[in-house]
Design a protein around this ligand. Structure first.
Ligand SMILES: Nc1ncnc2c1ncn2[C@@H]1O[C@H](COP(=O)(O)OP(=O)(O)O)[C@@H](O)[C@H]1O
Ligand SMILES: [Mg+2]
Length: 180
């Protein structure tokens, strides 16, 4: 079990919503920050495939769980577009004794495009290039966290799974089933 008072923050939001900027603030306050793109870019030479992302996310979640158990605050800066992902991780981190909070950053489409295009010019090595059409499409896939979601901590895993841990190991095959 984690030492008392360990906090794990899930950064939730679309590209350009300010997740990594906020995650760096939490890092400055002492959290171990895992920003997915910082690992994707050097490991996979700019390839942004689903398989690579899922593999990397699973292993970073695995490391984050261990860090939380050791008493280290963690920030997972992956975006987490789906509620099931967020619910699974809230459950898994709670099971090691950490307080797991969703931090959702909203951004309107115009501001988003301004930020993403500026970032592409100012820091091209830190991010994947994206088009306005991609941003518009991704917005349709993103499940905005509701007040009901944030207030709920006890819902069970999706149909077909006995535990959230089994669901998570299916969603992220590089994350071993924690048996919870
Ligand atoms: N609250 C904010 N106000 C204005 N600009 C911001 C804000 N948060 C982030 N930015 C800028 O917007 C761009 C995208 O932010 P970033 O943190 O990289 O977003 P994300 O990690 O969600 O894709 C960066 O250039 C950043 O400096
Ligand atoms: Mg980012």
């Amino acid at each position: 079990m984690a030492a008392r008072g360990v906090t794990v923050v899930l950064m939730v939001g679309l590209p350009g919503s300010g997740k990594t900027t906020r995650a760096r603030q939490l890092e400055a306050e002492g959290a171990l920050r895992f920003s997915l793109d910082e690992w994707m870019l050097p490991l996979f030479a700019g390839e942004n495939g689903t398989r690579q992302r899922d593999t990397l996310e699973g292993r970073l979640i695995w490391a984050g769980l261990r860090a939380a158990e050791l008493g280290v605050d963690v920030v997972l800066d992956f975006g987490f577009w789906s509620r099931a992902e967020r619910d699974a991780l809230r459950h898994l981190f709670a099971a090691v004794g950490a307080e797991c909070v969703v931090e959702f950053l909203d951004v309107d489409p115009t501001t988003q495009w301004e930020r993403v295009s500026r970032r592409q010019v100012e820091a091209p090595g830190d991010t994947f290039a994206m088009t306005r059409g991609e941003l518009d499409h991704w917005r349709t896939l993103f499940e905005v966290p509701t007040a009901e979601e944030l207030a709920t901590t006890t819902n069970g895993p999706p149909a077909g799974f006995l535990t959230w841990s089994a669901w998570a190991a299916d969603r992220w095959p590089s994350l071993p089933d924690q048996g919870r």
